[in-house]
Design a protein around this ligand. Structure first.
Ligand code: SF4
Ligand code: SF4
Length: 465
C-alpha cells in the first residue's frame, strides 16, 4: 500500500507528464499546420490524445491500485527519456576521405548535355569516351530541361525558370576581374569577420573558409570558351556559402516549382559570390567567383572542408540547418584568410546509413541504398548521374524528390531543431527520428501541391495530377 504522501507526489507528477506530452504534441501539430503537412497534423493530434491519456487518467482518477501502475509508467517514461538524451554514437569522422584525384568537368552531365552533335567537341569527347555515347544519346532523344513535351511541362513556370536562368547567364562572365590596387588588408581575422557578416547579411545561411586544395578544383574545364583547358587556380583560400531553397517550392518537387527555385538560388548565390569576389579584388587581391555554369571548383567538396556540412547519401552537401535544401557558391582568393575547421560530423553519415528515404523514393533509382563503398580510395555513396539526368530530360525539371523528402530538409525552426539536436546527440535518437519521420510525413511522402499562385495556371494543374 502506497503512503498518502507518495500518492500526493505521484498524482500531480503523472498529470504533469501527461500535460507535457499533450502540449508538446499539440505544438508539433500547430507547427505542422503552418508547414502545410496534413499527415503530421493528424498524427500529432492523435498522439497528443493517446500518449497523454494514460498519465491523465492515473493522475486524476481514484482507481484502486493505481499507484503501482503510476510508478511503473513514470519509471518507464523516465528511463526512455534518459536513454534518448544520453549522448551516444557521437564519434568524429576519422577515416581519410580525401579524394585521390580531380574530377574532369567534361564528364559531368551538364557539360555532356552541352555537346552538340556534328561539332568537333562532340566527336572528340565520344572518341575518347565511347562507353558514354549510348547513354548520352538516350537523354538527348528526350524533350530536355524546361522543354515543351516534358511530363512536368508548365508554360508559365518554365518561362519563369528560363528567365532566371538567362539572368544567371549574365553573371557568368563577371566572375573575374582585374586587381587595381596594392593589397590593403593586414588582419585576416578582421576581414574574415567582415566578409562572413556581409555574406550572411546578403541572405546566406552559412559561410565557411577552407584552404584551397588540389582536389577542390576540376582537372579540366568542361564548359564555355575555355573547354578542354587544364584548370589552373593560383589561389590559397576558398570561401563557401549556402542559401536556402524555399521549402514550399521544394515540396512540390518534381513539379516545376523545383526548377524555378533551383535557378532562383543559383541567381542568389551567384550575385553574392560576384560581389564578394569584387570586394576582395577592391582590397587588392585576386579573387574569382564560382557560379552556376562557370565553376572551376567542386562546390560540395569545398563547402564540406569549410565546415558547412557533410556529403550524404544523395551526393549533395548536407548542412546541419537545412540538410540538402540549399544551393552553394564559392569564391576563391589569394587574400590571406583564416580557415575554419571541418565539422567532421559523423552523425549525418550515420543517419544517412540508416535512413535511405531518398534512395527509396528516387524515381530513377539513381541513389544507392547500400552501404558506402570505396570509390577512388574514398568510402562514400555515389549516385548514378546518368540515370538522374536522363530523368530530368524526360520530366523537364531538375526533379529534386530526394531533397524534398530528406528528413534534414524540414524547416529551420524550434521543433525541427530540437529533433536535429537529438539526432546529433544520440544514436538511439537517430533511429527513433527516422521512424518518427516515416510516421509523421510518410515513408514515401507525396509531392506537395504547388503554391496557390502557381496553380492558377490550368496547364500546371493538369501536369501535376
Ligand atoms: S533522405 Fe535520408 S539517406 Fe537520403 S540524404 Fe537525407 S538523411 Fe540521408
Ligand atoms: S534529383 Fe530525382 S532522379 Fe536525381 S537523384 Fe534526386 S530523386 Fe533521383
Amino acid at each position: 500500500m502506497m503512503p498518502d504522501w507518495a500518492l500526493a507526489v505521484l498524482d500531480p507528477l503523472a498529470v504533469a507528464v501527461g500535460l507535457g506530452f499533450f502540449m508538446a504534441l499539440a505544438y508539433a501539430g500547430l507547427v505542422s499546420a503552418r508547414e502545410k503537412e496534413p499527415r503530421a497534423v493528424f498524427v500529432s493530434s492523435l498522439l497528443a490524445v493517446i500518449l497523454s491519456a494514460p498519465y491523465l487518467l492515473l493522475g486524476l482518477s481514484d482507481l484502486e491500485g493505481r499507484s503501482g501502475v503510476s510508478v511503473g509508467l513514470l519509471l518507464l517514461t523516465g528511463a526512455a527519456g534518459l536513454a534518448l538524451v544520453i549522448p551516444s554514437g557521437k564519434k568524429r569522422i576519422t577515416e581519410d576521405d580525401t579524394p585521390r584525384g580531380r574530377i574532369d568537368e567534361r564528364d559531368i552531365m551538364f557539360s555532356r548535355n552541352l555537346l552538340e552533335p556534328g561539332t568537333a567537341r562532340f566527336e572528340e569527347y565520344y572518341a575518347a569516351n565511347p562507353e558514354k555515347r549510348a547513354v548520352d544519346d538516350a537523354f538527348r532523344a528526350l524533350p530536355g530541361l524546361l522543354a515543351e513535351g516534358s511530363t512536368m511541362y508548365d508554360p508559365y513556370a518554365y518561362a519563369a525558370a528560363g528567365a532566371t536562368e538567362a539572368t544567371v547567364e549574365y553573371l557568368r562572365p563577371l566572375v573575374e576581374g582585374g586587381v587595381a590596387t596594392e593589397p590593403t588588408v593586414t588582419d585576416p581575422v578582421e576581414i574574415m569577420g567582415f566578409i562572413k557578416g556581409w555574406t550572411l547579411k546578403q541572405g546566406a545561411i552559412s559561410v565557411g573558409v577552407t584552404e584551397l586544395r588540389d582536389y577542390h578544383t576540376y582537372s579540366t574545364v568542361g564548359r564555355g570558351d575555355d573547354y578542354g583547358r587544364p584548370v589552373e587556380l593560383d589561389h590559397d583560400y576558398a570561401i563557401a556559402f549556402t542559401t536556402e531553397m524555399s521549402r514550399e517550392m521544394v515540396a512540390g518537387a518534381p513539379k516545376a516549382s523545383i526548377v524555378m527555385e533551383s535557378y532562383q538560388q543559383y541567381l542568389a548565390t551567384g550575385a553574392i559570390a560576384i560581389q564578394l569576389a569584387k570586394l576582395i579584388r577592391g582590397l587588392g587581391y585576386s579573387a574569382r567567383a564560382h557560379v552556376d555554369g562557370n565553376y572551376r571548383v567542386v562546390c560540395p567538396l569545398v563547402a564540406r572542408d569549410a565546415g558547412l556540412g557533410e556529403i550524404g547519401r544523395m551526393g549533395l552537401l548536407m548542412t546541419p540547418e537545412l540538410g540538402p535544401r540549399v544551393r552553394l557558391a564559392v569564391v576563391t582568393t589569394e587574400m590571406p584568410l583564416v580557415a575554419d575547421e571541418r565539422s567532421l560530423d559523423y552523425t549525418m553519415i550515420d543517419f544517412c546509413a540508416r535512413c535511405k528515404k531518398c534512395a527509396e523514393i528516387c524515381p530513377a533509382q539513381a541513389i544507392p541504398s547500400g552501404d558506402r563503398e570505396m570509390i577512388d580510395g574514398v568510402r562514400r555513396w555515389q549516385i548514378d548521374q546518368e540515370a538522374c539526368f536522363t530523368l530530368w530530360c524526360q520530366i523537364g525539371t531538375d526533379c529534386g524528390r530526394c531533397v524534398s523528402v530528406c528528413p534534414y530538409s524540414h524547416p529551420n525552426n524550434l521543433l525541427h531543431n530540437l529533433v536535429r539536436l537529438g539526432v546529433r546527440n544520440s544514436s538511439l535518437f537517430r533511429r527513433l527520428a527516422i521512424k518518427a519521420d516515416d510516421l509523421f510525413y510518410g515513408k514515401r511522402p507525396p509531392s506537395a501541391e504547388l503554391p496557390d499562385w502557381m496553380r492558377m495556371n490550368p496547364i500546371a494543374e493538369d501536369s501535376s495530377s
